[in-house]
Design a protein around this ligand. Structure first.
Ligand code: GDP
Ligand code: MG
Length: 373
């Protein structure tokens, strides 16, 4: 990996919540020993563990469904762009010869029975051990030439997630509807989570071992990218973005994303993650809305009672009902926030234990090697 392949000035940190504010830096710093010694729980500790279990330094993960036409070219490009990387194609029983072509091109082919990009990627994330992971489509639309720029901040311990953002580069070949959808979802996520993501749905991203092993990816389909982005931000992983240029699929190759079905999945994933990671925003927001809604009938019956002495019972009941629902929702939000915090503490402690265990394993392996010599 050479210095020339990386342009730090074009890396945009996604500054956001106070959780990650101290980790996001405008100037990507040089890797410093002090940072690599950051005690764990910090998910930001560079993934430099190359103990006995660590296999490859870089794993390129390529989920594929019927990409026979492009997969060989993608594999060639990435083999050249990231020499020595392990190339993994995850196939979901494609109807064409994707798996065969991939194997002939020297990739490790993983089979996943359950359809869906999320299922395929999760299988690879769980079973492959590497220091850095590069996720990319098998359709040849992402430039392999940018792979080093995405991987470098991860390998140097400067970032846990590097997003290849397609929207900043106006030359990107992006269908209008996709661009609009992406913009809408991006605006929603930025609003709901206080983030500054420029491309939520990109399929090109580099991830550290720490992120892959610690972020619970539960998506089954195309909501995967949304989940990966929100998990990185909400769990305080250092996330940066580098612009990449998207190419178009060659003639005869088809995108698997369905505008409506997958759009709904993505929207659903966003609200589910908001509910789980920001319960006060989710329930508190709904509660506040109910209370504001209840104000109209409430003020009306009060005004009427003061002027005529009469009370419309149904309107009064509606007002009181909405206020009670509102208060209950806010209380739920407060309780769930406390609970979520408790879980974060447990997660923090588990991260500490995990790092300690890895340290012990590394020491044992080093001792073994010394004794054998
Ligand atoms: N294994 C697997 N890969 C999939 C599935 N659906 C999509 N992919 C792959 O995920 C990547 C992204 O899908 P694509 O159709 O390019 O979506 P787009 O980039 O949003 O148009 C491609 O490499 C697809 O072949 C699936 O169900 N299983
Ligand atoms: Mg694609």
């Amino acid at each position: 990996m050479t210095e020339a392949t990386f342009a730090p000035s074009r890396v945009a940190p996604l500054l956001r919540s106070p959780v990650s504010a101290d980790r996001d830096r405008k100037e990507p710093p040089l890797p410093s020993p002090a940072r690599s010694q950051t005690p764990p729980p910090s998910p930001s500790a560079p993934a430099r563990d190359s103990g006995p279990l660590a296999a490859a330094r870089v794993a390129v993960l390529i989920p594929c469904l019927n990409e026979e036409q492009t997969i060989a070219g993608v594999l060639d490009d990435f083999r050249r762009a990231v020499p020595g990387a392990e190339l993994i194609v995850i196939d979901n029983a494609s109807c064409d010869r994707t798996a065969e072509v991939a194997a002939l091109s020297g990739a490790t082919v993983l089979e996943e029975k359950r359809r869906g990009k999320g299922n395929a990627v999760r299988k690879a994330l769980r079973s492959i051990d590497a220091e850095a992971y590069l996720l990319v489509d098998g359709d040849g639309t992402y430039p392999a030439g940018e792979a080093q720029r995405l991987l470098r901040p991860v390998l140097e311990g400067e970032a846990d997630v590097v997003i290849g953002g397609r929207l900043r580069d106006s030359r990107s070949d992006f269908r209008l509807l996709n661009r609009l959808g992406n913009r809408l979802f991006r605006a929603l996520v930025n609003l709901m989570f206080g983030a500054r993501v420029s491309d939520l749905l990109t399929g090109y991203r580099a991830m550290s071992r720490e992120f892959v092993k610690r972020a619970p990816v539960l998506s089954t389909g195309f909501e995967l990218e949304t989940e990966l982005t929100i998990l990185a931000l909400e769990r305080g992983f250092r996330t940066v973005e580098v612009p990449v240029r998207l190419a178009s699929r060659p003639d005869g190759s088809r995108s698997k994303i369905r505008l409506f079905g997958d759009g709904m999945r993505i929207l659903n994933a966003m609200f589910t993650l908001l509910r789980d990671y920001r319960p006060l925003t989710f329930f508190g927001g709904a509660g506040l809305a109910a209370m504001l809604l209840g104000l109209a009938p409430g003020l009306f019956v009060t005004w009427e009672f003061m002027h005529t002495g009469a009370v419309r019972i149904p309107t009064a009941v509606l007002a009181v009902g909405l206020e009670i629902v509102g208060v209950v929702l806010v209380i739920a939000g407060v309780l769930l926030t406390t609970l979520a915090r408790r879980f974060r503490e447990i997660d923090y402690q588990l991260a500490g234990l995990d790092a300690e265990l890895r340290g012990l394993r590394r020491e044992a392996a080093e001792r073994d090697t010394r004794e054998r010599r």
